[in-house]
Each structure stands twice: as C-alpha cells, then as structure tokens.
Design a protein around this ligand. Sequence first.
Ligand code: E4P
Length: 217
Amino acid sequence: MKFFIDTANLEQIKEAQALGILDGVTTNPSLMAKEGITGEVNIINHYKAICELVDGDVSAEVIATDFDGMVKEGEALAALNPQIVVKLPMIKDGVKACKYFSSKGIKTNVTLVFSAGQALLAAKAGATYVSPFIGRLDDISTDGMNLIEEIRLIYDNYGFETEILAASVRHTMHIINCAKLGADVMTGPLSAIEGLLKHPLTDSGLAKFLADYQKGN
Ligand code: E4P
C-alpha cells in the first residue's frame, strides 16, 4: 500500500519524508490556499519545491473545467517534473482529458469521485489513480468504506490497472480499513499517518524496559 501525504505544507511533507515511508503527495486548490500559495507563478514554484522534497508522485490539480483548458494546464504541469500527476475533476471534460493524457503516457489522478460508476469511467479513461473521497462521504452519513469495497470488486473483475487512491482520509482507522479492503494508495494528513505509530502498550512496555535496564546498571 502506498502512503501519500495530503498537504501543501512543506514542513509536514519533509517530516513524512524523513519517516521513510512516504510514496507521494496530493494537493488541491484548497490545500494550496491554506498555505497562502496563490497566483499561477507561486503555485507552479510550490509544485517544483514539493517535487524536490519527495521521490514519488505529486498530484497537481487543474483549475480549468473545459477540455481545452484542462489539456493546456495539464500539459504545462506535467512538463514541470516527471513526478507530476495531472489531477482532473470527475466531470465530462475531465474524463475526456483523462483519456487524452493517458493515451500520451501522462499520469492522471481523477478526483472528486463519490460513486462506483464514476470510478468505472475513470478506469475506462485510463486514469493512473482514482480518488474516492471517503471522509466527505462519512461527513454526509454515507459509509466511505463501502465505496472502496465496490471499486476494488469492479476493478478486480476486469483487471483495471487504475490504482485506488483512498482520499479524504481523516484518521488512522480510515487507513487501516482501506488497507483491509485493498486500496492501493491512501492519502491523508500527517496526523493520521503518525497515529499508526501509537499504542499505549508500546509506551508502557518501553518505559519498563528502560527502567529495568537502569536497575541493572
Ligand atoms: C484528495 O486528493 C484531496 O486532496 C483530499 O483528500 C480531500 O480531503 P478533505 O475531504 O479532507 O478535504
């Protein structure tokens, strides 16, 4: 299972990278704005900075919502660095753009996916990644995990190579459940990733080992 961090915060990206378990980064316009990164030039420079910090794939989202605009923006983003994955919204022109990029060998991430039908279309269009937003489904009292399960079944039925990138992960249990259901990738905040580290028996066990060592020395 690949671990992506879902942030545009360079410090958090560095911290996750230093842990040695990071496989990539996802961003979106809201995450960029949260870090105060605005304007085309700053955004482009920020993507470049992120690519320098990590080895893996970095999703960069297009702003255009029409086919020609998405192609123009996506090609410019992809030219920045081979690590860039063009992130496209799950709308009609997004599907067309996905097909365009996949036929040119440019990596894509189809985002804002909330149903199995949308995920099926993304796979048909040759998406590298499909991003079902599990946390946002949970937010409206719909079990996000069911969607991961459905997509896994459909993709396995037909051998689709599109990777299921569980997005909108909010906490540690989301990661565990995604792993159980066979999501290929998860993207979440640093807090959810670091949450995997924690267990009170680890802490108390380590404290006892250290105390016992001190007694003998
Ligand atoms: C996915 O790529 C999105 O950036 C992200 O996971 C959305 O998460 P949110 O629902 O917590 O905003």
